[in-house]
Ligand binder design. Structure first.
Ligand code: SAM
Length: 282
C-alpha cells in the first residue's frame, strides 16, 4: 500500500500525543515519530514510555524551558539542512500550555516547513464532552499562582463571550474557583478531571459551591475547568444600581457589594465599585 505520508518531507512536525489513554495515539503520529531523524521531547523519560508502547526507536533529546534557548539554533540548523524533526510534549498538543512556541515561530521565520500532526488536547477533549456550549470559547491556560496576579488575570475574562477554559492543579482548585466567582460573578462551571483515564469525571456546579466543595478536599489528577458564559438574562447596570441603592440604606459598601454579587451573580469588584460611587454621590 502506498503511503502519502512517507518518506517524510524535511521540516518540523508538531505532533500531538495522548493525554492519558495510550490508545489515543494517531496512526500518523506513530509514523512521523518512527520516521523522523530526531524527536524533541519535553521529558525524555515520559516520551520513552510512549515510544516503547509503539516500538518507536528514533533518537530523542530534551527540548524544554531550561535548555530551549541554547539548543534552538542547532535544531534550526539541522532543519535548514533538510532534517525531519518531530516535536512532542509530555501529553497532548505541543505549544498548548507547553514548550515550542519560539521554535515554531523561528522555524517559520527561517522559511522551514512546519507541519501539524494533530491529535489530543485536554481543552478540546473537555469541551467536546462537557455539555457546555461549544460554539465559542476562550482558553486561558493556567491562571497565575499568586492571589493578586490571579485576580487581575481572571478579571480580564469577565466580559468574554462563550465558555472560558482553564487548566488547573488539584491543590489550587478551591482557591482558583473562589477567585473565579469573585472576578467573573456567579456562574456554573464544570470540573473535567483525568480525561481519557480510568477515573475520568465531569462534575458541574455553581462556582461558589464548587469552590467550597474543593477547598478542603483537593482532587487528585489533572484538571480542566470550564466556566459557563454569563447567562442571557445577565443583569444590567440599572438593576445593579437599584439593588445597591436599596442595600446601602442599611449595609456598608462592602456588605452591599457582597449581597449584590450573591443575589445578582455579578462580579464582586464591579458591585463594589458601583456601590462606592453610589455612596459618594449620596
Ligand atoms: N499540551 C497539553 C494539551 O494539549 O492539553 C496540556 C499541557 S499542560 C502542561 C498540562 C495540563 O493540561 C494539566 O495540568 C491539566 O490542566 C491539563 N490536562 C492534561 N491532561 C489532562 C487530562 N487527561 N485530564 C484533564 N486535564 C488534563
Amino acid at each position: 500500500m502506498s503511503n502519502e505520508n512517507l518518506p517524510l518531507k524535511p521540516g518540523l512536525y508538531v505532533t500531538a500525543t495522548p493525554i492519558g489513554n495510550l490508545g489515543d495515539m494517531t496512526y500518523r503520529a506513530v509514523e512521523v515519530m518512527k520516521s523522523a531523524d530526531l524527536i524533541l521531547c519535553e521529558d525524555t523519560r515520559q516520551t520513552a514510555k510512549l515510544c516503547a508502547a509503539y516500538d518507536i526507536r528514533t533518537s530523542r533529546t530534551a527540548y524544554q524551558d531550561h535548555n530551549a534557548a541554547r539548543v534552538r539554533p542547532e535544531i534550526l540548523d539541522r532543519l535548514t539542512n533538510g532534517a525531519a524533526i518531530c516535536l512532542v510534549s509530555d501529553a497532548g498538543t505541543p505549544l498548548i500550555a507547553d514548550p515550542g512556541f519560539k521554535l515554531v515561530r523561528e522555524a517559520r521565520e527561517a522559511g522551514i516547513d512546519v507541519f501539524p500532526v494533530p491529535g489530543p488536547s485536554a481543552l478540546i477533549a473537555a469541551l467536546s464532552a462537557s455539555g457546555a456550549p461549544s460554539d465559542r470559547f476562550t482558553f486561558g491556560g493556567f491562571a497565575p499562582a499568586k492571589a493578586g496576579a490571579r485576580q487581575k488575570f481572571l478579571e480580564e475574562f469577565a466580559s468574554a463571550q462563550g465558555v472560558l477554559i482553564f487548566y488547573e492543579t488539584g491543590n489550587r482548585l478551591g482557591d482558583s474557583l473562589a477567585a473565579m466567582a469573585e472576578a467573573l460573578g456567579e456562574r456554573d462551571a464544570i470540573i473535567a478531571r483525568e480525561l481519557t483515564k480510568i477515573h475520568e469525571t465531569f462534575h458541574r456546579g455553581a462556582l461558589t459551591a464548587l469552590a467550597a466543595e474543593y477547598a478542603n478536599a483537593p482532587p487528585k489528577g489533572e484538571i480542566v475547568v470550564l466556566v459557563f458564559p454569563k447567562t442571557a438574562t445577565a443583569v444590567g447596570d440599572v438593576e445593579i444600581d437599584e439593588f445597591l441603592a436599596s442595600a446601602l440604606t442599611n449595609l456598608s459598601v462592602k456588605e452591599a457589594a457582597a449581597a449584590a454579587a450573591e443575589k445578582l451573580g455579578v462580579p464582586r469588584r464591579l458591585a463594589y465599585e458601583r456601590a462606592l460611587s453610589l455612596r459618594k454621590k449620596s
